[in-house]
Design a protein around this ligand. Structure first.
Ligand code: F0G
Length: 363
């Protein structure tokens, strides 16, 4: 039986020892779904890593199981985070399971309803800050440095330790690393964690080559692409509405060491990919997650993959193999039901009459 990422990958998690009280809700082991449509379109094998199927509906659970287990081992009584929503949902659930108090600071009115509901029902102290994510993060950094409260944002190294297991699962599933990994970038912890995971798997001899890391920010919240802090980040993808990412430098390292890129996509491109995933692939994600597929479309239009594909050479064991691309779909669509209603026409109201139904459905 799958018992969560710590149990599965403890040999790759140096911070876990025999005394660590493992707090898990059986996160991880998420599906890697083959996309026929995207594969055909690009002439490559394209897979979707559906992280929305983690226990609290996002990839944050991979990091939170490690961060909360270590907080418990270190006898912490309370945890704190700033969040655009998913970190707070995950922290609150794992803290509840561990019996720890959780405190979350979120930007007022700027997080999706599902995520706010999660933090509330799990019993967190939820404070809405009149400011943005970056303001909230500055405050929790300061509070956790002065009071005995553990910070569980991705500045906490245990978070990245857990999140790197996403890379392990992809490699285990494909029997090697993909050629490209595409993902959204917000606070930039996840791209850092994945890159760490791939590098460690190579060091341990589990994979031979590393993927190119392709990150995408929302155009109104793209500090890494633009090279400066964005004071008032704006995007419909609230999860990645961040103007000063904590792991900025490490995201650039992942990009440069892997020979990849960090680019941006507009809200229009994000919404188009959001609908594509739901209506062509049957996969419902939140807008921020659709940024990866929006980015993929953008690169395809530019001819990026045909340009960059390595030429098969004699003596290369992989000669002629199809290019493999994995898109990380970071969070579930149910997190943000308001976005559907803002995007798609509301359903018609009709009389309780079969004739009226048949007329509407064209029979
Ligand atoms: N996708 C989703 C659904 C997210 O919730 C986040 C980050 C990201 C992508 C970006 O990941 O920050 O590691 O680059 N959400 C954080 C939060 C900031 O508070 O829930 P990142």
């Amino acid at each position: 039986m799958w018992q969560g990422i710590i149990s599965q990958y403890k040999n790759y998690l140096d911070c876990i020892n025999n005394k660590t009280p493992v707090v898990t809700i059986n996160e991880g082991n998420t599906p890697l779904v083959y996309s026929h449509n995207l594969s055909k379109l690009i002439g490559a094998e394209v897979y979707l890593k559906y992280e929305g199927l983690n226990p609290t509906g996002s990839f944050k659970d991979r990091g939170m199981t490690v961060a909360i287990s270590k907080a418990k081992e270190d006898k912490s009584k309370a945890v704190i985070c700033a969040s655009t929503g998913n970190t707070s949902a995950s922290a609150s659930a794992y803290a509840a399971k561990a019996g720890l108090k959780s405190i979350v600071l979120v930007p007022e009115g700027a997080i999706a309803l599902g995520k706010l509901s999660q933090a509330l029902i799990h019993g967190a102290i939820v404070l809405q800050v009149k400011g943005n994510f970056d303001d909230a993060l500055n405050m929790v950094r300061e509070i956790s440095s002065k009071y005995p409260i553990t910070l569980v944002n991705s500045i906490n190294p245990y978070r990245l330790e857990g999140q790197k297991t996403g890379a392990f699962e992809i490699c285990d599933c494909l029997g090697g690393a993909p050629d490209f990994q595409v993902m959204p970038v917000g606070n930039a912890g996840n791209i850092t964690a994945y890159w760490k995971g791939y590098k460690e798997y190579r060091e341990k001899g589990k994979i031979k080559v590393l993927p190119k890391m392709l990150g995408f920010q929302a155009a109104g919240a793209a500090p890494i692409v633009k090279g400066h802090i964005i004071r008032k980040p704006k995007t419909i993808a609230t999860a990645i509405r961040i103007g000063n990412p904590a792991s900025w430098r490490r995201a650039q390292e992942a990009r440069d060491e892997s020979g990849g890129l960090i680019d941006m996509v507009s809200d229009k491109e994000i919404l188009s990919a959001y609908k594509f995933l739901a209506q062509k692939e049957g996969v419902f994600v939140e807008p921020a997650s659709a940024a990866s597929v929006a980015g993929l479309f953008k690169l395809v239009k530019k001819g990026y993959f045909s340009r960059i594909r390595p030429k098969p050479s004699l003596g290369c064991p992989d000669a002629g193999r199809t290019t493999r691309i994995v898109c990380i779909l970071t969070g579930h669509g149910l997190k943000d039901p308001d976005m559907v209603l803002a995007t798609i026409k509301k359903p018609k109201v009709i009389k309780a009459d079969i004739k009226a139904v048949l007329k509407e459905i064209g029979y």
